[in-house]
Ligand binder design. Structure first.
Ligand SMILES: Nc1ncnc2c1ncn2[C@@H]1O[C@H](COP(=O)(O)OP(=O)(O)O)[C@@H](O)[C@H]1O
Ligand SMILES: [Mg+2]
Length: 459
């Protein structure tokens, strides 16, 4: 049997695609250099400062600055000058602690018995820990990152923060499942809607600075700097200004097919049509997350339905920039077979350009559609029809606990958390797009993913 580690690794490295791969590999090198300098007598990172109630009260009083894309790209194309890099670091520092404090407060507002659950408590402690590592730098009145040494140390703290919170979703999922007697599914969905949308923005701020840091390196090897520029000329931090969705789809389809082949001995096929050469400006990590989840659903449905010999057809339709873009709606609108309830846009990013060109991607499978009883629940966090007890994805309805326990909730499971659709929609809506599902029960499902590009970014 083929080992699964290869494609996962491959996807992880390439998944993150260029900018993220840069971010995954290089900071370690840079930061270990920084650490060894520190251990040989150089400046040490400031010691974490325990978070006190008055810190929290002060941070929560500070308004949540709405995140705008213009802020994320205002430092220009990398490599950044030292001044721009410091400004980017201070900008991230001005936002992240406030956002962490709001999350800590939201977690504290959950019923006590829920916050006491070991999994939820672990997440709560991760937030406290991350905030304590940033507090020593935080001063709402003055920029405190004023030289490259502190910038390196701060970026290292941000990278640690991103890592600490990498597994939040399966842990929260397990925690809320264990607490289901004490908190209702709508309350869980309400909490997660806000929490996970905020998390998208916080990670974006941190990853943007880390990627800018990494692709700038004004303080290091000039050859690395020019290599970075020629290898990834279309990147500004984590944003790819000419992202080709067809490439992402091929990559993700290959990976999801590997999982299916390994687990079920079946390798569903994907056919891409429409305009595969379309490109737009977007965050590759977000597109990869969404496409992987939508393809997992489509592949699973065709396997379960015994129609895996029918290809999944992915149509790419670029959408021209328009002064008056149509509101997003799936064909069928409020037809009983469709499901596209409104959701909150409060936590999305302020766009650069409201009329940026985007792309609509339709994923069409012959997997039998979604039953009318399941359809109203598909956008709820934790709703799944997957049962890990079955060798093949089964039809017995349940929650994801079995899947989490047996599959380890790792990236290699095909389904089971019930977070794929709602979280994909949160990612799509973050930049003003959306997802609509059109089920033709007994036949198959069309998923329409509309993504608004982030707009044209001046050099
Ligand atoms: N393409 C599809 N065909 C049939 N059913 C689907 C499809 N996409 C989603 N579903 C249904 O929606 C449910 C929720 O999907 P999702 O949020 O991705 O969670 P999960 O895949 O972990 O179950 C699935 O369990 C499945 O019942
Ligand atoms: Mg899924």
């Amino acid at each position: 049997m083929k080992a699964l580690s290869r494609p996962i690794h491959l996807l992880r490295v390439r998944r993150a695609s260029a900018a993220n791969a840069v971010f995954a590999a290089a900071p370690r090198r840079r930061f270990s250099a920084a650490t060894s300098r520190a251990s040989s007598g150089g400046p040490l990172p400031p010691a974490p400062r325990p978070v006190e109630d008055r810190d929290l009260a002060e941070l929560v009083r500070a308004d949540l600055h709405p995140l705008s894309l213009a802020d994320l790209v205002k430092h220009g194309r990398p490599p950044l000058s030292e001044e721009a890099l410091l400004s980017s670091a201070n900008f991230a520092l001005s936002l992240v602690p406030v956002r962490l404090a709001h999350r800590i407060q939201a977690l504290r507002n959950l019923p006590y018995i829920v916050v006491s659950n070991p999994n939820i408590n672990r997440i709560y402690n991760n937030y406290l820990h991350s905030l304590s590592t940033l507090l020593p730098w935080y001063d709402p009145h003055h920029p405190t990152i004023t030289d490259l040494d502190s910038e390196i140390r701060f970026t290292s703290a941000l990278a640690e923060l991103v890592n600490t919170h990498a597994d939040t979703i399966p842990i929260l999922a397990r925690g809320f499942l264990e607490c289901r007697r004490y908190i209702s599914p709508p309350d869980v969905t309400r909490f997660l809607e806000e929490h996970l949308r905020m998390r998208i923005g916080t990670r974006l701020i941190a990853e943007q600075h880390i990627a800018l840091h990494d692709s700038s390196q004004p303080h290091s090897d000039p050859s690395a700097r020019s290599r970075m520029r020629t290898e990834h000329p279309s990147y500004i931090g984590v944003i790819d200004t000419s992202l080709r969705p067809a490439t992402t789809i091929e990559l993700c389809a290959d990976w999801v097919a590997d999982i299916c082949e390994l687990r079920y001995g079946i390798r569903p096929r994907v056919v891409i049509d429409g305009e595969p050469d379309a490109t737009f400006a977007f965050v590759p990590m977000h597109l990869e997350y969404i496409i992987t989840e939508l393809l997992k659903n489509a592949f699973r449905a065709t396997i379960e339905n015994g129609t895996a010999s029918e290809p999944i057809v992915v149509t790419i339709a670029p959408e021209p920039a328009s002064p008056d873009p149509p509101a997003f709606a799936a064909p069928g609108g409020n037809h009983p077979g469709s499901a596209a309830p409104p959701s909150s846009h409060r936590h999305s990013i302020i766009p650069l350009d409201d009329n940026a060109s985007g792309v609509t991607i339709r994923i069409r499978d012959r997997g039998g559609g979604i039953s009318p009883t399941a359809l109203p629940s598909i956008w709820s966090y934790s709703f799944t029809t997957f049962s890990a007890d079955d060798e093949l994805p089964g039809s017995s309805s349940g929650d994801g606990l079995a899947a989490i326990s047996s599959a380890g909730a790792g990236a290699s499971s095909l389904a089971g958390l019930g977070y794929g659709l709602p979280l994909s929609r949160a990612y799509a809506e973050y930049f003003g797009g959306g997802i609509a599902v059109q089920s033709l029960y007994g036949w198959g499902t069309d998923v329409y993913l509309r993504l608004k590009g982030v707009g044209s970014i001046a050099s």
